[in-house]
Each structure stands twice: as C-alpha cells, then as structure tokens.
Design a binder for this molecule. Sequence first.
Ligand SMILES: [Zn+2]
Length: 116
Amino acid sequence: MSAPEKDPIEEWAEHQKGAHLQCRIWQHNWRPKNVARDNTYHVMDITLRCTRCGALKDFSMSTVKRGRRIGSPKITLPDGYQREKGMGRIMGEDRDLLYYVTVLQVAGVQERATEA
Ligand SMILES: [Zn+2]
C-alpha cells in the first residue's frame, strides 16, 4: 500500500519550526520580559516574550487606572514564523490537519497493542 499523497499544508508544515507550529495551534506562551514604569505619563510599558518561539508583545497600561490597556499591542514574530504573502490564513480543514500534524510531531505515537 502506498502512502497517501501529502496535503499542501502538511508539506508546508514539514519546513516549519516545531515551536512555530505549536504556537499557531496552542497560542503563544507569554511571560513578562520587561516592565518599565513612566511616572511622568503614568504608564507602564510592558514587553512579554513567548517562552516557546520567542515572539515579543509590547503594550502599555495606565498606572492611574491600574491595568487599563492603552492602544493596541504590537506583536513581533520571529523570523520564519509568518507565512509567505498570498498564502492566506490557515482555516477549517487545513487547520485541523495542521493540528494533527503538530500533535504527532510533539508527542510521537505509541501503537496500541491489539489482542490476537
Ligand atoms: Zn510563540
């Protein structure tokens, strides 16, 4: 029996870093990297870093209305994370397949013993 033909998403995933695929599936694993308080403007500039892929997320919070976010966060993805322009978002069945491929890559597979 020949192996089933590879789906383009599977083909693409083979050339991606494991950490990048995992973050696509399970989202980034943000942890604080740097927090700088500015007492003149009453803001805290916060940088989070993904412990898995190294992406950075910068945003500001008010120190007066404690924790209220100011503006939108800026995310800086590591080199090679983003898909080439025009490839589009991975959705629907492609996303299911990417999930499947990523789980296999991370966990490996143990064959369940079948009784003879
Ligand atoms: Zn990440």
